[in-house]
Design a protein around this ligand. Structure first.
Ligand SMILES: Cc1cc2nc3c(=O)[nH]c(=O)nc-3n(C[C@H](O)[C@H](O)[C@H](O)COP(=O)(O)O)c2cc1C
Length: 185
């Protein structure tokens, strides 16, 4: 589980926590990370040539590599993914461990995508961008996705999703991620 925001009180981190709970209910062992624990410089080819891929990108790639499925929950910034998300994917796509092709970690597991936004579109455009980016990395991105609109008002006092349609969409996403992950094992 990869929330694409480091912000205190992040709506996407909240959705990631809710999705982690649903995944656990579906029988999955879930690791919810913070990209703050995998801080990376802005991708620069000269930096890579000089110093190699940063250790945090290698560590994140290996963390992804021990899981059968990945859910990225991204904010939408100016109709696309935040630089944090793109930069992380760019670095991880450059990792090549022994006996692997470069970026192989994207090839052999299932990816799911979700977004939360205060607005009506729920981060739909960020999801379109993220699906394209992951597809360019030859990832299998499951067809279901979740764009949580008006995310500020989507939760009750107990931090549960209020609207049955949102609950159903999240459950369907989780079910499909587990299903496709199992088929790809
Ligand atoms: C630079 C910037 C650009 C944004 N652009 C969009 C946008 O295009 N669409 C949208 O729905 N929200 C946009 N937002 C609002 C974010 O969706 C909102 O701040 C959201 O809470 C960020 O996610 P987080 O709560 O997980 O940090 C933008 C916010 C920032 C800071």
């Amino acid at each position: 589980m990869i929330p694409g925001s480091l912000r205190t009180g992040s709506l996407n981190a909240k959705l990631a926590a809710t999705a982690a709970y649903e995944l656990a209910q579906a029988g999955a062992d879930v690791t919810r990370i913070s990209l703050g624990d995998f801080a990376l410089p802005i991708y620069d080819g000269d930096l890579q040539t000089k110093s190699g891929v940063p250790k945090n990108a290698i560590n994140l790639k290996r963390m992804i590599g021990v899981h059968h499925g990945v859910l990225i929950v991204t904010p939408e910034y100016n109709a696309s993914v935040p630089s944090l998300v793109k930069n992380t994917i760019d670095w991880v796509s450059r990792v090549q461990d022994a006996h692997e092709t470069r970026g192989q970690v994207f090839h052999d597991r299932a990816f799911a995508i979700a977004a939360a936004s205060e607005g009506r579109l729920g981060g739909m455009r960020a999801l379109a961008a993220l699906r394209l980016i992951l597809s360019a990395c030859h990832a299998t991105v499951i067809p279901n996705q979740l764009a949580l609109s008006f995310a500020c008002e989507a939760y009750d006092d107990m931090d549960r999703l209020k609207h049955p349609a949102d609950v159903e969409a999240l459950k369907a996403l989780v079910r499909q991620l587990v299903d496709v992950s199992q088929r790809m094992m």
